[in-house]
Design a protein. Structure first.
Length: 129
């Protein structure tokens, strides 16, 4: 019988996607003019899409190990929801506590993404032991 294997948190695809997301973040925050990233809302949308693509390796790992109700999995779900809510607020231009536009939303999403990545790494390390 074939068993499911858990994928690595920082596999090659996650590293490439993370590098692209970091590049978008740097370009957006420095105000560099890039044709495809013409404003902060587009940069925020691209950053969120790349983050969601990176998240698939974590979801696959949770599914492979059956750890759907593990406390760190639940923290990851919560962080993902916060990322999406803050991202949507930033893209549509609505007001949210402490977030007054797409620039602040992008910074908040980036910080939440780092927290989600750290959570995923800790969860992966604990699963190995």
């Amino acid at each position: 019988m074939k068993t499911a294997t858990a994928s690595s948190v920082m596999g090659p695809s996650s590293i490439v996607l993370g590098t692209l997301a970091l590049g978008i973040l740097i370009l957006a925050l420095t105000g560099a003019k890039v044709p495809l990233l013409s404003n902060l809302r587009i940069s925020l949308t691209a950053f969120i899409i790349l983050g969601m693509a990176m998240c698939t390796s974590g979801i696959g790992r949770v599914a492979a190990t059956g750890a759907w109700t593990h406390p760190l999995s639940i923290v990851g779900y919560g962080l993902g929801v916060l990322i999406l809510v803050v991202g949507v607020v930033g893209v549509v231009g609505a007001r949210f506590p402490l977030i007054d536009g797409p620039r602040q939303a992008l910074i908040a999403v980036a910080l939440l993404t780092v927290a989600k990545l750290v959570n995923s790494l800790v969860h992966s390390l604990l699963a190995r032991n």
